[in-house]
Design a protein around this ligand. Structure first.
Ligand SMILES: NC(=O)c1ccc[n+]([C@@H]2O[C@H](COP(=O)([O-])OP(=O)(O)OC[C@H]3O[C@@H](n4cnc5c(N)ncnc54)[C@H](OP(=O)(O)O)[C@@H]3O)[C@@H](O)[C@H]2O)c1
Length: 246
């Protein structure tokens, strides 16, 4: 009998996270679908269960330490380990995203709210689950970052990011990338792999209606990094199999 792998995806009631749950469940994972609202999480999981997929909702606001503790305890008592963590939940604050370059004006409230979800929540959850990920024979941590976190591309006038400098969002994703690099270095002598993913510009609430990719395509990079074999990379930043500049 093969033992099913367990994955947790945060912010998975819609968009890329929801589709990521579907793709992992189709690969025979047991998927814990994280959502900060219980009812919306149940409704999202029901849709995937109706497709015959093994998906269970878990209430998880990544800014709530109590939620994080409860999810850790649940995974520990029911599964004893976690094979895949996809840190997908994120916030694009309206005040930040309305401005093509918000660094001189973004409020501390918007900056703090963005970092609370995109960075502090991601780090706290990962720290809490790391002992369970270390118990997996092939733990995989995927941090859903963004091209907008790339210092190299933001410094390149030819990269075309001039109109895309929402400072709070971009800085939070740069910080996520640093966490990827440091955590991968910490875990380099273990089977655990840690990578950042740029999903592409995807039609979701964050990406907006004009984005060229649909969520099916947007979920691919994260799912590929979640299912790397033992020869796969760690400590990298990828989009659709290609390395992204930091
Ligand atoms: N779409 C793009 O073009 C694009 C490009 C680059 C990177 N990304 C990244 O891709 C990931 C998924 O975004 P998306 O495009 O799929 O956007 P989305 O549809 O808006 O999904 C964002 C998800 O994060 C959840 N979330 C927000 N705050 C949370 C919190 N405190 N705790 C738990 N969950 C929370 C949202 O829940 P609610 O429904 O409750 O708000 C939602 O489920 C994000 O990390 C984003 O930065 C997206």
């Amino acid at each position: 009998m093969t033992v099913k792998k367990i994955a947790l995806v945060t912010g998975a009631n819609k968009g890329i996270g929801f589709e990521t749950c579907r793709q992992l469940a189709r690969l025979d994972f047991t998927v814990l679908l994280g959502c900060r609202d219980r009812d919306r999480g149940v409704a999202a999981a029901e849709k995937l269960r109706a497709e015959g997929l093994d998906v269970e909702p878990v209430r998880l606001d990544v800014t709530d330490s109590k939620d994080i503790g409860r999810v850790r305890d649940k995974v520990e008592s029911e599964h004893g380990r976690l094979d895949v963590l996809i840190n997908n939940a994120a916030l694009s604050h309206p005040e930040d995203s309305a401005n093509p370059n918000s660094c001189a004006t973004v409020s501390m409230e918007a900056l703090r709210a963005t970092f609370a979800v995109n960075f502090f929540g991601l780090v706290e959850l990962t720290q809490a689950l790391l002992p369970l990920i270390r118990k997996s024979s092939a733990g995989r941590i995927v941090n859903i970052s963004s091209i907008l976190g790339s210092l190299t591309l933001h410094s390149d006038p030819k990269a075309g990011l001039d109109q895309f400098r929402p400072f709070a969002y971009d800085a939070s994703k740069t910080a996520v990338n640093m966490f990827t690099v440091h955590l991968a270095a910490l875990l380099k002598d273990t089977p655990v792999k840690v990578n950042s993913a740029h999903p592409g510009w995807v039609r979701t609430d964050i990406g907006g209606p004009d984005a060229p990719l649909d969520p099916v395509e947007g979920a691919r990079t994260g799912v590929t990094l979640a299912t790397l074999d033992e020869h796969g990379p760690t400590g990298g930043f990828f989009h659709m199999g290609k390395t992204m500049p930091w």
